[in-house]
Each structure stands twice: as structure tokens, then as C-alpha cells.
Design a protein around this ligand. Structure first.
Ligand code: MF3
Ligand code: CO
Length: 241
């Protein structure tokens, strides 16, 4: 899982270096797929429940699961969220990050910052003896105290031989509740944070999730292992600190 996480983080970093006005979302998908395969991994999203690409790329009011397309082009000011999964020798890694391209507006920048900060607040709680919803509550508190909202309909997840395993890891919930965290548990923590209301809907393509109110959304994700010494981030990369 460390290797799967490393391949995933490197592929995402490579794509982030390629994001610029004029590039299509499909071009970014191709860059990711070739980077993953070159390092001996496989794109874990490709074919998952029929998903047609290696990455999900969601712009502005798209929350998650946007499908790469040759006709969809990144523009200056876009809030871009990219999610990417890798399978390596049977084990999975899952990572996501958001960025505002060039000069974006102030609220877009703040939404991205708060979402990233909420992920790291959640990760801090992922240590033996704490409970699952301690992670959830830390994320929710960080997001809501900044005036944003946490998406309810999609959650983080256990991860290992499968991309999605038990337990579900919500980004909201009561501190002190949920399963006791133990060394060896591996989970993907992934806050999806909306500028306005947390309500979302799915487009007719069956995948793309958007905010109901048309306001912005951001997404960050890391795959982590709970160890005796606390959380180990398996998808760690200096670019996403
Ligand atoms: N976004 C999901 C996650 O991070 C996985 C995407 S499933 C796919 O857990 F089918 F869209 F690939
Ligand atoms: Co995930």
C-alpha cells in the first residue's frame, strides 16, 4: 500500500504540474494513466463500476466524479479537483487534491485552503485509541467554523485489496463515537467541501456530482495507515502539504 500510495501521489503531482489554461481534462487523464503504468501500477478507477477513465476531474461547482473529456478545457480561474486511484501488486492507494488555476477569486482560494486543512485535522485524529468519528468531527468543525459545508452524500472509506472497504469514513459526525481505531487499519479520508449548501445531485451522465446551488466545491484525500505511532500518510507528497 505504501508503493501504491507513492505511485498515486507521484501521478497526481505530475498532473498538477501540467494543469494550465487550454489543456483538456482528457489530456490530464492520459498523463496520469501513463505515469501510473510506467511505475508498474494500474489505474484503480478505470472500469470500476463501469467508470471510463483513470482520474476523476471536477471543475468549479462539480463536486466529484467528473469524467475527463477532450472537449472540456481548463480555464484561468477554474477550481480544479482531481481524484486518482492506483492498484499495485493487488493493493490500492487513493488521493485527491484541488487547486485554483492562475488568478482565482478569493473565496475559491479560501475554500481550497480550508478543505486541505480539514483533511490534515482529520488525519491528526487517526491514531490508536481514538474513535472513527473523532476524525469526522475534526473535519466538520474545521469546515463549518470557516463558514463552509461538508457534503453528506459521499464519504471516505476503508481501503486495501479493494478501493472501497469498510468502514465508511464520514466527514461529519459526533466526536467520541464510532469504532475504536487500531493499528493496521487503512482508510482513505476525503472531505468534499461546498462553498454554499451541502446538497448535491448527479448529472445525466450517471457520474458527475454537482452542488445544487451552483456554488463551488473542493476535495482533498489521503490514504493513511493507523500505526502504533499515529497516522502514516501513504500518499504523502510535498506538493500536497
Ligand atoms: N472518488 C472515489 C474515491 O475517492 C472513487 C471514484 S470511483 C470511480 O473513493 F468510479 F469514479 F472511479
Ligand atoms: Co477515495
Amino acid at each position: 500500500m505504501r508503493k501504491a500510495g507513492e505511485i498515486a501521489a507521484e501521478a497526481l503531482a505530475l498532473i498538477f504540474d501540467s494543469i494550465e489554461p487550454g489543456i483538456s481534462t482528457k489530456a490530464l487523464d492520459r498523463i496520469a494513466e501513463s505515469s501510473i503504468r510506467k511505475r508498474g501500477g494500474e489505474p484503480a478507477f478505470l472500469g470500476y463500476m463501469g467508470y471510463p477513465a483513470s482520474i476523476c476531474i471536477s471543475l468549479n461547482d462539480e463536486v466529484v466524479h467528473g469524467i475527463p473529456s477532450d472537449s472540456r478545457v481548463i480555464e484561468e480561474g477554474d477550481l480544479v479537483s482531481i481524484d486518482l486511484g492506483v492498484r499495485y501488486q493487488g493493493y490500492c492507494g487513493d488521493i485527491a487534491a484541488s487547486v485554483v488555476v492562475g488568478k482565482g477569486n478569493e473565496v475559491a482560494e479560501r475554500l481550497v485552503d480550508v478543505t486541505k486543512r480539514s483533511l490534515f485535522k482529520g488525519i491528526e485524529m487517526a491514531k490508536p485509541g481514538n474513535r472513527l468519528f473523532d476524525i469526522s468531527a475534526a473535519i466538520q468543525e474545521t469546515v463549518e467554523s470557516a463558514g463552509f459545508s461538508v457534503v453528506r452524500q459521499y464519504v471516505g472509506h476503508g481501503i486495501g485489496k479493494s478501493l472501497h472497504e469498510e468502514p465508511q469514513v464520514p466527514n461529519f459526525g459526533p466526536k467520541g463515537k464510532g469504532m475504536v481505531l487500531k493499528p493496521g487499519l487503512t482508510i482513505a479520508i476525503e472531505p468534499m467541501v461546498n462553498e454554499g449548501s451541502y446538497e448535491v445531485f448527479t448529472l445525466a451522465d450517471g457520474w458527475t456530482v454537482k452542488t445544487k446551488d451552483g456554488k463551488l466545491s473542493a476535495h482533498f484525500e489521503h490514504t493513511i495507515a493507523i500505526t502504533e505511532d499515529g497516522p502514516e500518510i501513504l500518499t504523502l507528497h510535498e506538493k500536497f502539504l
